[in-house]
Ligand binder design. Structure first.
Ligand SMILES: Cc1ncc(COP(=O)(O)O)c(C=O)c1O
Length: 370
């Protein structure tokens, strides 16, 4: 079976981990600091803080923006991994679903514009499959909302799929919002498990670093002998040196991983465009997807899945719509575009492990059934 996901681990990772384990310093230390410096350089934004997952990053992002008055809404996409949305509930906020744009599988910015109200505390977007949301258009939507409502909700970018993606030649994580990346096992850059929050300014960066570790300043002198007063309670969300060592060992390896995802996607784009019965997603010239997954929309999904299964190619929808879960039944809304997309969405293997022969075989199998 050609798998849909694999763990991209560099050959240097086992030795890097062994060195940390033998060093006596396994918690957050020098490896974390080095990893953060290198990540900041790549993104072009110094305000980064590593974490133990993207889920932790989304919890923290919402905590940073939710303010002290209880309640309020977060506009969000239902087409994502549940981590994106359950963190909204965990922060005591209400969900307001925004429909998807079938061309991109990201949030529909027209629907989003209509749903911003005085109650909107934050806007959660997901760069689905690693394809960036049109961030300048979103900026314009927020300018108009600010003129009407007198406040500008913060945008949180869930970049869990999107390591290495760029918008207008600038890496995600550098567009004035809060961005959260995942370094979980099957992402382009893996730490085993891990995440990153990227902040738009130094004040938020300082607060995020405090809140990731109980509200205690780990960088201050004598923190163990004379713990400083905790002004704001925080979480245990930090990354360990073990995970950072894996991430550091994988950092340059992830460039090759990303290159191969993109090369396979370009091959699919050229061979699958115009094939009857299936629709590809948009490719705008101002952004570069990371192609963590390669989504298609197909007319007969059950038939498609059976055919690919029989041919030994694993395919899947990857993310189920979140709005149908019992725990969010209070937020149910009309989402006509999602109703259509949800029946047609399926992803084919696109990752670094898919060889030239395999991708040709996958295209021939996709193309054979219509
Ligand atoms: C869109 C999205 N957001 C958040 C997450 C959570 O990431 P993590 O496993 O690093 O917490 C995932 C995980 O795959 C995801 O796909």
């Amino acid at each position: 079976m050609i798998p849909l996901f694999r763990v991209p681990m560099s050959a240097q990772a086992p030795d890097a981990v062994a060195a940390v384990v033998a060093s006596g310093q396994v918690g957050q230390g020098a490896r974390v600091e080095q990893f953060e410096r290198e990540l900041a350089d790549r993104i072009g934004n110094p305000h980064v803080a590593t974490l133990n997952s993207a889920t932790a990053g989304l919890h923290l992002a919402l905590r940073l923006v939710r303010g002290s008055t209880p309640g309020g809404e977060v506009l969000t996409t239902p087409l994502t991994m549940e981590a994106t949305n359950w963190t909204i509930l965990a922060n005591g906020l209400d969900i307001r679903w925004v429909d998807v744009d079938p061309a991109t599988l990201n949030v529909d910015l027209d629907d989003l514009a209509e749903k911003i109200t005085a109650k909107t505390r934050a806007i959660m977007i997901v760069h689905f499959a690693g394809y960036p949301v049109d961030l300048d258009r979103l900026h314009g939507v927020l300018d108009r909302a600010e003129a009407i409502h007198g406040h500008r909700p913060m945008v949180i970018e869930d970049c869990a799929h999107a390591w290495g993606a760029t918008y207008r030649d600038v890496p995600l994580g550098n567009h004035g919002n809060i961005s959260v990346f995942s370094f979980q096992a099957i992402k382009h850059l893996t730490c085993g498990d891990g995440g990153l929050i990227v902040l738009p300014n130094e004040d938020m960066h300082r607060r995020a670093k405090l809140l990731r570790w109980f509200g205690i300043d780990r960088e201050g002198p004598n923190r163990l002998r004379n713990p400083p007063d905790v002004q704001e309670w925080g979480y245990k969300f930090h990354m360990s040196d073990i995970n950072a060592a894996i991430g550091l060992a994988n950092l340059s390896h992830s460039d090759e991983v990303l290159r191969r995802h993109r090369a396979n996607a370009a091959y699919y784009d050229s061979r699958l465009a115009g094939v009857p019965g299936l629709t590809l997603t948009q490719r705008a010239p101002d952004r570069q997807s990371s192609f963590w997954i390669y989504p298609l929309q197909v007319d007969d999904r059950n038939g498609f899945v059976k055919r690919m299964d029989a041919a030994g190619v694993m395919v899947s929808q990857v993310h189920m719509r979140n709005d149908v879960h019992t725990c969010v039944r209070d937020y149910i809304d009309q989402l006509p575009a999602l109703d259509v997309v949800d029946k047609r969405l399926v992803c084919i293997p696109v990752g670094w492990w898919v060889s030239d022969d395999q991708r040709e075989y996958i295209v021939d199998t996709v193309d054979s059934g219509w």
